[in-house]
Write a new protein. Structure first.
Length: 529
């Protein structure tokens, strides 16, 4: 469950943009000082840190403007439900809803766009309200007895967009009344000069809140009859019809704007860019846009970019036809240090990955590969560490070649290697630098793979001691057809997909010596434990 809690906390932040904080199970209090997160959501990196420190922490939703969401917490359903059904008719069908361990309910609504503070058992008996300055616990958190909070089927925030905050409840919150449906009207509302605007606003809120149209009309008729002077019934019909059309039109416009904006976008983009370009400013519109983006992810039109909050990429649905009839069926005639070609075949578009500790000999291995193949193949060497001086020093150590005998393209590069891959050449990446978010290793390798045609890529990455796998762990095994692990004086074939003979080379290793940072001396030949 601890890792599950962290994953869910990250998803709430990355997908819905909610402000999340860690909560103790024992007393439901935050582990942290959380005032700043009432104004701005914590980034995913902070979520990672918190749940690494407190892996069993519950997931706290900071309600109010930071998340754009408020919560009605129903403790005693039998007491609260009759009043709530008058204020929010049909809430079972239109409102995201979770169940608490004690059988209560949490109802989620959009923040009304104005300051709305917490109220505890002062509006609807049997329920609390969590607004600005409050927090609520999200599934799949557990209480102190291990009983989980859970979403009702089909009612999670990922599946159902919260409706607008009910106007009648808002009125009750503002006036802090104890009775559910007794409304104490201000003297100047619904009076001549503003009754038209007030009635339209009320109708619009009811429609956006998901209220049944006939029920909304009944409520509005009663409100209209109390106006000063009373509002004619036929004009009430016009107001609610206009509000209905406006709400539908607004939802459709935001969805269409998202579709059109994405169609004109390439590469990675942040949802904040869409907000800026589309002029989206209100909490309600932003939440509608986030839901539209989420649905496009579910439809596999977009994909999220790792743990970066609100960053997406438009997927390219085009597939290249594989011509297996006319494809080359012979391996490339590369020569390798340690005579690896005697054990493993390398074909066009193959990835070779070398995972090594610092100073294990990765660069020496790669430069020896260049030396053995540069007369027959076009080689592009992308280095993130060596400049011209260091290349000069390293290559000058070779006892057989003069510096001018080396024939390859040496280039300085520290990232975005897929952008410079030569599709039909040998591409050497020394090395793929990743200092955090190591899961991205497989993502970057996939990007490089997609750029290859008849060429190959040899990629060096760092690894930790006492493991065969580089940073990124098992994720890095997916694309490489050859995966080598290097420690000082030691090399191992971790994965070889295409064997040169009947002998399975996976797991073979040997010891070696490295002389002057370039010359490799084989000691033992390949063997198994």
């Amino acid at each position: 469950m601890p890792s599950c809690l962290k994953e869910h906390a990250l998803k709430y932040v990355e997908t819905l943009g909610l402000s999340i904080i860690p909560i103790r199970r024992s007393d439901k209090k935050p582990y942290i000082k959380w005032e700043q997160y009432q104004e701005k959501a914590a980034p995913p990196s902070q979520i990672e840190e918190w749940w690494s420190r407190w892996p069993d922490a519950n997931i706290g939703l900071v309600t109010g403007k930071a998340s754009g969401v408020v919560v009605i917490d129903i403790d005693v359903l039998a007491e609260a439900e009759p009043a709530l059904r008058k204020i929010i008719p049909g809430f079972d069908d239109i409102v995201p809803m979770s169940e608490t361990p004690r059988g209560g309910k949490h109802l989620f609504f959009l923040h009304p766009g104005q300051e709305i503070s917490n109220n505890s058992k002062t509006v609807v008996p049997g329920s609390d309200f969590r607004g600005d300055g409050g927090y609520s616990i999200l599934p799949p958190s557990l209480n102190d007895k291990g009983v989980p909070y859970r979403w009702y089927e089909g009612k999670s925030l990922f599946e159902l967009m919260p409706p607008s905050f009910p106007v009648l409840y808002l009125k009750l919150v503002e006036e802090k009344q104890a009775k559910a449906v007794e409304i104490k009207w201000e003297k100047d509302i619904f009076t001549e000069g503003r009754r038209d605007q007030d009635l339209f606003h009320t109708a619009n809120c009811m429609v956006k809140g998901g209220m049944d149209q006939d029920f909304a009309k009944d409520v509005l008729y009663r409100v209209a009859s109390t106006c000063e002077p009373p509002f004619p019934q036929q004009e009430t019909d016009i107001k609610i019809d206009s509000a209905m059309k406006r709400a539908i039109r607004k939802e459709r416009v935001i969805s269409n704007e998202v579709d059109m904006w994405i169609d004109s976008t390439d590469g990675y983009f942040n949802i904040d860019e869409f907000y800026r370009d589309a002029g989206i400013t209100s909490t309600e519109e932003k939440h509608a846009a986030r839901i539209a983006f989420l649905r496009l992810v579910e439809a596999e039109i977009l994909e999220k970019h790792g743990n970066k909050r609100g960053v997406y990429r438009r997927l390219d649905g085009a597939c290249k036809e594989i011509d297996f009839i006319h494809a080359e069926n012979a391996p490339k005639n590369y020569r390798w240090p340690f005579n690896i070609e005697d054990y493993v075949k390398i074909y066009p578009k193959n990835i070779v990955l070398i995972a090594g500790m610092p100073n294990a000999g990765k660069t020496s291995f790669l430069l020896n590969f260049v030396k053995m193949n540069m007369m027959k193949h076009d080689i592009h060497y992308f280095s993130s560490e060596m400049d011209g001086t260091e290349f000069n020093v390293r290559l000058s150590m070779d006892e057989q070649l003069k510096l001018t005998d080396w024939k390859f393209h040496a280039k300085e590069r520290t990232g975005n290697f897929a952008d410079v891959i030569q599709p039909n050449s040998v591409n050497i990446i020394d090395f793929l630098e990743i200092y955090d978010e190591f899961y991205k290793v497989s993502f970057y390798i996939r990007q490089i793979y997609d750029k290859l045609d008849k060429g190959i890529a040899i990629i060096a990455i760092q690894k930790n001691p006492k493991t065969d796998f580089g940073l990124g762990g098992l994720r890095g095994l997916e694309k490489p057809r050859l995966y080598l692990a290097m420690d000082p004086g030691y090399i191992k074939i971790v994965k070889a997909k295409n064997w040169s003979g009947d002998l399975n080379p996976n797991g073979l290793y040997q010891n070696f010596k490295l002389i002057q940072g370039l010359k490799i001396v084989n000691n033992t030949g390949w063997r198994r434990n």
